[in-house]
Design a protein around this ligand. Sequence first.
Ligand SMILES: [Zn+2]
Length: 300
Amino acid sequence: MHNVQFYSNKQFNRAAELREVVTDVTNISFVPMYKGDFFVLQGETASVLMQTPMELVSKTDKYYFLGIVDNQEVWCIDLSEIAQETIAKYLPNVVLLSVRDCLHLINEQEASLLAYAKGLINWNNTHQFCNNCGASTVMEEKGHRRKCTNSSCGIPHFPRINPAVIVLIEYQGTNQSPLCLLNMHQKDYGYMCSLFSGFSEIGESLEDTVVREMKEEVNVDVSHINYVASQPWVFPASMMLGFTAKTNSKKFKIDDKEIKKAQWFSAAEITELVQAKKLVVSREDSISHYIIMQWVKQNS
Ligand SMILES: [Zn+2]
């Protein structure tokens, strides 16, 4: 079990000052994506393709600036509109995998780069038209802004991110070990557990969302809300904001439209079940995994 915050990268140089500067496209590394997936080169050791042949780059204008890696500009490029036979001509021996399924082939920095690429391509693809007047939009700032082409409207559009909270609910009885309430998903081997989450609504603070969502999902009243960590979740455009919150009763009632089963666990119980391979703590790339494992570590 690792304890890593996937998809964020504090060191990455987004070089926003270069978004207004014209670049010589022959000196760019283009990370290719096709319908939301990435290219994996087959061979003795599989690897994710981080370069695109210029013959393919010249067939589309859907490429967007990510930042600087090793003194070179890195962009992402969407090859979705190019015929598969054409792609196969220049990229033989590749398969397509989602970023989450590529994780065993790449390091954390590369995972963060692919997630960023996926999010930026998705935003450009889904904002081809102005949501104010319906006219088409054009890319500006190398893919970080789009502008409405209707001269009587002309508003700029910026990438929007949807905030969602994800919450570890904690209970501690007098002279007892603390417990956390987990969302249980049945699997062949036993269960995968995760935390409870939900989107922030218009007019809510994040704390309001935590209180409302925990009431809706498991009918628990929470207080003492503490921020833990965040995660960009580009599937497709969210920001997961992780919290812990306390409750003073072990009673709960699941909303069975959204939740199948919930259960209280101590840190020792989680460790024991994981070791016995009866429980998996979320997928390793999720903030749910990160927060649960932090809590287990702090309470063991
Ligand atoms: Zn418009």
